[in-house]
Design a protein around this ligand. Structure first.
Ligand SMILES: C[S@@+](CC[C@H](N)C(=O)[O-])C[C@H]1O[C@@H](n2cnc3c(N)ncnc32)[C@H](O)[C@@H]1O
Length: 289
């Protein structure tokens, strides 16, 4: 077991999650997981939720497999809200491992003020949970330790996103995963403007993770949930939706992160608007004939 696991186990909320989410799963599956942990491939470990920050591991695997299936050699990954960089470094390291398996290159960008949380505006930003100055970054230290595939984009997202979209070659490296962890409603609403670019700038559907929907205070009238709803109302060709069947596709079903994964559907993606002609028709096999 890596040092990362030991450090995490010392934290009370992580221990609580382990007990409620993992020890409540069938014993035989946890035994199988033990053998996967010792002998399994990296991909098997992702399937058995053995890679730290399972939400990132699942989403990045999805993105890599989608890219390969569509002949895409490079993808862009974004984390909104970096703070001290634990999430960004985790994403960078998972991408490095997946790159070796899938021959897909990843470029990872972490967006943050660099100075911690800005001022909240109103109740929709949950000022009872978050305040100005929370989650400060040690930029110099973080930049000196970041994996080579990661870079920081420093500033308020409303200022940095337009410049990023103008200067990043997303056509040759479409966005394949975004993690949203900006805590505030208004910051998330501004960050969602990343989804308004040319349709070729994205995989035609890709996972997004919303970190700040899981606390008891979170609700549909504020925070990330409100930002998602308003985005869907105002963007007819881009939609953000939970995959209702993700639960059935996972081995371990009690994990809270399953509820935090959504998918962006790029309805105007070229592949979704190509009417196929002159291709051999698919035939369904009837086992009774
Ligand atoms: C909870 S922290 C992120 C934690 C990080 N994802 C992790 O896994 O460790 C939220 C971060 O969002 C950033 N943030 C919030 N609103 C922002 C905005 N409008 N523009 C840029 N960064 C913002 C804050 O600076 C803060 O560091």
């Amino acid at each position: 077991m890596g040092l990362g696991y030991y450090k995490k186990l010392k934290k009370r909320h992580i221990l609580k999650r382990l007990v409620t989410e993992r020890f409540s799963e069938p014993l035989h599956m946890n035994i199988v997981a033990f053998f996967v942990w010792i002998f399994g491939s990296y991909k098997a470990k992702i399937w058995f939720d053995l890679v730290l920050r399972q939400n990132h591991a699942y989403s990045l695997l999805q993105a890599a497999e989608h890219a390969i299936a569509n002949g895409i050699k490079k993808i862009t990954v974004i984390e909104f809200g970096v703070a001290t960089g634990g999430g960004l470094m985790n994403i960078g390291k998972i991408c490095q491992k997946l790159s070796k398996i899938y021959q897909v290159e990843f470029q990872v960008f972490g967006f943050d003020t660099g100075e911690g949380m800005p001022e909240p505006m109103d109740y929709r930003d949950h000022p009872e949970l978050y305040k100005k100055g929370d989650f400060k970054m040690n930029r110099l230290l973080l930049e000196s330790r970041l994996p080579a595939n990661c870079q920081l984009v420093i500033g308020k997202v409303k200022d940095t996103i337009p410049h990023f979209l103008q200067h990043t070659d997303l056509i040759n490296a479409p966005i394949g995963f975004i993690s949203f962890d900006l805590d505030y409603y208004y910051s998330t609403k501004e960050a969602l403007s990343i989804l308004q670019h040319h349709p070729e700038s994205y995989l035609s559907r890709f996972p997004v993770y919303f970190d700040d929907i899981a606390l008891w205070s979170h609700n549909s009238w504020g925070g990330e949930l409100l930002a998602i709803e308003e985005f869907n109302q105002t963007h007819p060709m881009r939609k953000i939706e939970q995959n209702r069947f993700l639960f059935y596709n996972r081995i371990f079903k009690h994990a809270a992160w399953l509820e935090q994964i959504y998918f962006v559907h790029v309805l105007d993606a070229p592949v979704r608007n190509r009417i196929r002609v002159n291709e051999p028709a698919d035939v369904l096999v009837n086992p009774y004939l």
